[in-house]
Design a protein around this ligand. Structure first.
Ligand SMILES: C[S@@+](CC[C@H](N)C(=O)[O-])C[C@H]1O[C@@H](n2cnc3c(N)ncnc32)[C@H](O)[C@@H]1O
Ligand SMILES: [Zn+2]
Ligand SMILES: [Zn+2]
Ligand SMILES: [Zn+2]
Length: 435
């Protein structure tokens, strides 16, 4: 195993967390801990034409696949490099037209199966942790999760059986989907827009903490892991699996539901930020505990309802949903309560989509302060919010505010993405242009 090790780290048995990653030396804030190329990756359908299907590079003038006219590439090399995977979809997309609609997970799993068929040796993505070693928690799945996996398997057969001869049996496929559900990654851009899904086995070796000491960012389809706190020799390397905005109970619920464990990190045991995150409105007669509890339930329901509504409601209907729910929540919650912030973030997204720049800016301004308190010091959520806000300000010719926001984004990104990242260069360029 040592021959394959990642310099400066080692795989170990982490007490009560299964296998994990441990530092063998000191890492400073911003230092690269390791990189991991994707074992398999898939570009999300809505980003076709904006990013290369193979290497995820964002640029103009990509060339179209002449056959399906749906996949776009940097050049012939990328097109050739992707063909063994794209051929699974190219002719099927032509034949089925609008009826071609496998989920992103199904598309990713099809690629993983194809890669497993053609790879016998340990890949550069598996220096410490092999794909076939992934935890599946198959024995813990409830009927709802099991049904979702069975639906994915049906879709895999439907869309890919003609192109992958002898698909694995149902049991193996169930395990593979369950493994992807708890070890897979999504790739986002600097504003946290979704670009695609991928598997990075060595990155999946890291366990979760709500106060992580590393952040994962992406250079195309390569994952980069950088320290965001000092890490000393012997310390476990922790990544965060979830959005850290929410209070302990919500984070634990989410981790238990998706990853089958109860987090025991310092944030979860001290709950140090919960009180601020759940702040209530200052009233002459304060809300009763049962009123607060009811409003929390309302907030959780409305968050779920909104998530579903995004697929069928119009932008103005969505915006109305945000405003009405915030009005109702404001009778009990303070303006910086995380459930209020959640709906403001959604409203900002809708405004951006509608090109209502003033509306988006107003929401962004309300969000940014509490965000920088609730998230850890180096957070991609905070960086992306400063970035969106900075770009909005500059678009609205508010130069001073724009520069200030972009500088804040840059300070985080230089640590999280590294000083030589394309995103960092682009933000620097946007700042320079104003001078
Ligand atoms: C991506 S894997 C990480 C590697 C894993 N420990 C293993 O041995 O395969 C995610 C799984 O690791 C475990 N895990 C991750 N973080 C944990 C934590 N903070 N406490 C307990 N278990 C954790 C859970 O079983 C979770 O489903
Ligand atoms: Zn490319
Ligand atoms: Zn094609
Ligand atoms: Zn935790």
């Amino acid at each position: 195993m040592n021959n394959y090790g990642i310099e400066g780290t080692e795989r170990f048995e982490s007490p009560s967390r299964g296998r994990g990653l441990r530092a063998l030396r000191h890492f400073a804030v911003g230092e690269l801990v390791f990189v991991c190329p994707a074992y398999s990756s898939v570009l999300t359908v809505t980003e076709r034409g904006a990013h290369c299907e193979h290497c995820f590079t964002r640029k103009e003038d990509l060339s179209k696949c002449g056959k399906c006219k749906q996949a776009y590439y940097c050049n012939v090399d990328c097109q050739r490099g992707d063909w063994s995977m794209h051929k699974l979809e190219c002719s099927a997309m032509c034949a089925s037209g609008e009826n071609w609609c496998p989920s992103e997970t199904v598309r990713l799993v099809a690629r993983m199966i194809m890669k497993q068929k053609t790879t016998t040796e340990r890949t550069p993505s598996e220096r410490l942790f092999l794909l076939r070693e992934f935890e599946s928690h198959l024995d813990k799945l409830d009927s709802e999760k099991d049904e979702m996996i069975q639906a994915d398997i049906l879709a895999l057969h439907h869309f890919y059986s003609r192109h992958i001869s002898d698909l694995p049996d149902n049991q193996s496929l169930s395990e593979l989907f369950a493994q992807v559900n708890c070890n897979g990654f999504t790739i986002e851009d600097e504003e946290l827009s979704h670009l695609g899904s991928a598997v990075f086995p060595d990155v999946a070796l890291m366990n979760h903490s709500c106060s992580p000491n590393v952040i994962v960012t992406y250079k195309g389809t390569v994952a980069e892991v950088r320290a965001v706190t000092e890490i000393n020799p012997g310390e476990e390397v922790f990544n965060s699996y979830i959005d850290l905005l929410y209070p302990t109970e919500d984070r634990r619920e989410r981790l238990l539901d998706s990853y089958f464990f109860t987090c025991q990190c310092t944030e979860c045991t001290t709950k140090s930020k919960d009180k601020a995150k759940m702040v209530t409105r200052k009233l002459s007669t304060p809300s009763k505990p049962e009123e607060i509890e009811q409003m929390i339930q309302y907030a959780k329901n409305v968050i779920e309802e909104f998530r579903r509504a995004k697929h069928y409601k119009t932008p103005s209907e969505l915006l109305e949903m945000c405003e009405l729910s915030m009005e109702k929540m404001a009778t009990v919650f303070g303006d910086t309560n995380v459930y209020m912030l959640h709906m403001m973030y959604q409203a900002m997204g809708v405004c951006l989509y509608m090109q209502d720049w003033d509306g988006a800016m107003t929401y962004g301004e309300k969000i940014i302060q509490p965000y920088s308190v609730y998230y850890p010091a180096y957070s991609l959520n905070v960086a992306s919010m400063y970035l969106k806000l900075g770009r909005l300000y500059l678009g609205l010719e508010k130069k001073t505010q724009g520069l200030k926001a972009l500088q804040k984004a840059l300070a985080i990104m230089e640590v999280a993405h590294g000083k030589d990242h394309q995103y960092v260069a682009e933000v620097k360029h946007e700042i320079e242009e104003q001078k």
